[in-house]
Design a protein around this ligand. Structure first.
Ligand code: APR
Length: 245
């Protein structure tokens, strides 16, 4: 009896994921720095920086309203779904730079957003007061107030602002038994620094069709899209998990 319970409670290996815009590309959501990406079509410091929000908050509300309308029409792709499915074999901890909710909608139960969440807004004067938007209530403007009467802003980490969840992310990566980076150009810090916190000897995989140079790290690069790369990696990860059982 106790053996059975013990076997059920056996600790699963920790699989930490660091995802970027590339994992949502096959869901139809533009990345930032690819050809025709978001930053080719918008002046990044006008629509995604603290100075920009001070200068012209209406433009920023409009920019994030447009992205919410795109998001509600997008669906999680096979890469998001495989990650959710791997929770059968691993303690999967997703750290994402993405502000979309596709990991959650695919079924991932442990998602840490480094750069905020598109479907949430927060009080300008009290950053701990956060409200969730719904698919039938996507738009905000400079007069939008929360239920508590506070003026609200997108719950997004703008450039020039601190990344409150980075300490937690570093802690997660330092506990990883396997670390997987998916679809990020590794140019934005501190997210790009997470590779430095993997324990020696922990296997690291990087899935990206056009990967950044990670030659300084012992990384297995899978030069494929997120869906193709995760399909390949899933077989490897399931085999590893079954060998440990
Ligand atoms: N599958 C996997 N990766 C892909 C795919 C795909 N189908 N398509 C593109 N990519 C890769 C690109 O090769 C690139 O390496 O996704 C990465 C996208 O890079 P960026 O556009 O720079 O996105 P990201 O790394 O997430 O940006 C980080 O920058 O502007 C800020 O806050 C914003 O969170 C964002 C941060």
């Amino acid at each position: 009896m106790y053996v059975t319970i013990f076997m059920c409670m056996k600790k699963k290996p920790v699989l930490v994921i660091s995802s970027g815009a590339g994992i949502s590309a096959e869901s139809g959501i533009k990345t930032f720095r690819d050809a025709d990406g978001l930053w080719e079509n918008y002046p990044v410091m006008d629509v995604a920086s603290a100075d920009g929000f001070r200068r012209n908050p209406a433009l920023i509300h409009k920019f994030y309203n447009e992205r919410r309308h795109q998001l509600v029409n997008a669906r999680p792709n096979e890469a998001h779904k495989i990650l959710a499915d791997l929770e059968k074999y691993y303690d999967v901890r997703v750290i994402t730079q993405n502000v979309d909710d596709l990991h959650e909608r695919a079924g991932s139960s442990n998602v840490l957003h480094l750069h905020g969440e598109l479907m949430k807004i927060r009080s300008i004067k009290n950053p701990d007061y956060i409200e969730e938007l719904s698919p039938d209530n996507l738009d905000t403007n400079v007069e939008t107030r929360g239920k508590n009467g506070d003026l609200m802003r997108p719950h997004i980490v703008f450039f020039q602002e601190p990344v409150p969840n980075i300490e937690k992310a570093v802690e997660e990566v330092s506990e990883a038994d396997i670390f997987v980076v998916i679809g990020t150009s590794l140019v934005v810090y501190p997210a790009a620094s997470l590779l430095n916190f993997v324990r020696p000897g922990v296997p690291v995989f990087y899935i990206d069709p056009n990967p950044a140079d990670v030659s300084g790290f012992p990384v297995k690069v899978i030069r494929k899209t997120a869906t193709a790369g995760m399909a390949e990696l899933r077989d490897i990860l399931v085999k590893k998990a079954e060998e440990k059982e």
